[in-house]
Each structure stands twice: as structure tokens, then as C-alpha cells.
Design a protein around this ligand. Structure first.
Ligand SMILES: C[S@@+](CC[C@H](N)C(=O)[O-])C[C@H]1O[C@@H](n2cnc3c(N)ncnc32)[C@H](O)[C@@H]1O
Length: 216
């Protein structure tokens, strides 16, 4: 029988292997895994499943915690994962936020999100609306993770290799700045603390911002 440590190591190896695919998020997969594993969670919500890189990690974290994973995408991304406790919702994420409470009730889930992962349009107005629509569902102790906080035409991975991005006019990071009423230099790695949130940022691979809150 597999021990919990054995399951964890096996999962970590699978996540590490996944980083061999050189994508715009590959450098963050291991970080995402450990960050999410460090918070006992019951409900993970992923906005933007895309080709399933983040889903690959989040479904494994959900499995280790025996948590539910809700993945939302406007495109049909049901098939990118196989975890039995993953619910895939094909809908605009802002629209789904409006139904989220009822949807949770219908599915016997408490509408308290422990981990919120956001990786959708990367546009300023939309990200503002995502924060406004989804943050009220966050648990007292929770983590919100944004990809593409340092999106630009060419991005650089940790190994020095480059990939093609686009100029979103700082859409994601500007929306986060609006929330915190503070500017951030997304071209640097930094740690900050504001409004009860620990804020950490990684520049490479289009940028990843991790916000931790503990209101308990
Ligand atoms: C960059 S991809 C996500 C990549 C994915 N997180 C990964 O790691 O492979 C962005 C996804 O967000 C979805 N999307 C864009 N706008 C959306 C919206 N308003 N609501 C839900 N999904 C949206 C797109 O269909 C696309 O699949």
C-alpha cells in the first residue's frame, strides 16, 4: 500500500516531469504545487484551464488533500484532467461567479474557496471584475494566485530560454495594484505585506503573484 509520503513524492516527480514541456508557466508548476500543498484545502477554484498545465498541478494537490477542484473556462476544457472530484464549468468566469453560491448548494459544497487560481484573459477590466466577483468567496485563510503579472512580448524562463508573449498593458498587475492601492514593480521579484495579505511575486515565465491571507 502506498504511504502518504510515497504518494507525495510520486506526485512531486510527476509535476517535475511536467516542467519538461517548455510553456509560459512551466517554471511555476513546482511553486504552485508546494504553495497549494502548504494550505490544507477543501475547495480550489481555477479560472482559465486552457491546455491544462495549471490543472495538472491543481488536480494533484486536490487529490492529496481530498479536495474539490472547480475549473472554469469559456472553452470546453473538460478533457484536460481526469480527477474525479474536478467539476468543469464551461462559462464566462464572471457570469459563473453570479451563480456560484447556488451551484455550490446544488453540489453540496461550501462556497468558501481556499485556493483561487486566475489565468484567463489577462486584461485589466476583466481582472478587476474577477477580483471583485471572486474575492468575496475566499476563506478566512486562503491563497489567490495570478499568472501573467509580468506579461510581455518576449518572456524569459529560469533556464534563460525565451518564449513569445504579448503586451497586455500590465492588465493583471494593474488590477492587483488597484485592489491594493499601491504600485508594484513586476520586473522584480519581491515580497510585500498590505491590507492583511502577504504578497509575493516572481518575474520569470510571464510572472506569478501569490497572495496569502489569514484572517483567522
Ligand atoms: C492562458 S489560458 C490558461 C492556461 C492554463 N491556466 C494553463 O496553465 O495551461 C487562458 C484560458 O482562459 C480562458 N478564458 C479567457 N477568458 C475567460 C473568461 N472570461 N472566463 C473563463 N475563461 C476564460 C481561455 O478560454 C483560455 O483557455
Amino acid at each position: 500500500m502506498e504511504t502518504p509520503v510515497g504518494a507525495l513524492l510520486k506526485t512531486l516527480n510527476a509535476v517535475r516531469k511536467r516542467t519538461d514541456f517548455k510553456t509560459d508557466i512551466c517554471d511555476h508548476l513546482e511553486t504552485l504545487f508546494f504553495e497549494c500543498l502548504g494550505l490544507e484545502c477543501r475547495l480550489i477554484v481555477e479560472l482559465g484551464a486552457g491546455d491544462g498545465e495549471s490543472t495538472f498541478v491543481l488536480e494533484r494537490v486536490a487529490k492529496l488533500w481530498n479536495a474539490k477542484l472547480v475549473s472554469v473556462d469559456i472553452e470546453d476544457r473538460k478533457e484536460v484532467a481526469s480527477y474525479k472530484n474536478r467539476h468543469f464549468i464551461k462559462m464566462n468566469d464572471i457570469e459563473f461567479a453570479g451563480h456560484f453560491k447556488d451551484w455550490c448548494k446544488e453540489n453540496g459544497i461550501e462556497p468558501h474557496i481556499d485556493i483561487l487560481f486566475i489565468d484567463t484573459s489577462h486584461l485589466y477590466e476583466h481582472t478587476l471584475r474577477e477580483i471583485e466577483a471572486w474575492f468575496p468567496f475566499l476563506s478566512a485563510r486562503s491563497k489567490s494566485i495570478f499568472h501573467d503579472t509580468n506579461l510581455r512580448k518576449v518572456f524569459i524562463r529560469k533556464d534563460g530560454s525565451r518564449g513569445k508573449g504579448w503586451n497586455n498593458e500590465r492588465g493583471v498587475v494593474r488590477a492587483i495594484e488597484n485592489y491594493f492601492e499601491q504600485s508594484f514593480d513586476e520586473e522584480t521579484d519581491f515580497i510585500d505585506y498590505k491590507k492583511g495579505w502577504l504578497i509575493r511575486h516572481y518575474t520569470h515565465c510571464n510572472g506569478l503573484m501569490i497572495l496569502d491571507r489569514n484572517r483567522a
